[in-house]
Design a protein around this ligand. Structure first.
Ligand SMILES: [Zn+2]
Length: 109
């Protein structure tokens, strides 16, 4: 939500969750050929403090999370091959609005 608001503020128009693109990207800036993903740190296995592997059902979780990671990787590869530029914003980065704004601004330029 924060990311959407910031993008809107920057005057960039986008579409949400396009089903016709790999990974259903969160924000798609079609004119600029740019895609923005907002990833939850746990589900997408960000290398940060918020990421942990649950202690119970370890094999279930590591398999599942590994699959997520591979899927993300494949989606990014496919999108890049189609000519899209991609920015991933992590859940843990969203709190710093100023930094986020600069980041998105730079990406959409
Ligand atoms: Zn994170």
């Amino acid at each position: 939500m924060i990311v959407r608001r910031l993008a809107w503020k920057l005057g960039a128009r986008y579409r949400l969750h396009r089903n016709d693109l790999p990974g259903r990207p969160d924000l798609v800036f079609a004119k600029k050929k740019r895609i923005l993903f907002v990833h939850g740190c746990f589900w997408h296995q960000h290398n940060c403090r918020r990421t942990h592997t649950p202690r119970t059902n370890l094999s279930y979780w590591s398999e599942k999370l590994e699959r997520n990671r591979n899927r993300d990787q494949n989606n990014r590869t496919m999108l890049t091959a189609q000519g899209w530029s991609i920015l991933v914003i992590w859940e843990c980065e969203v709190d710093d609005h100023e930094r986020l704004l600069t980041q998105i601004q730079g990406f959409l330029k």
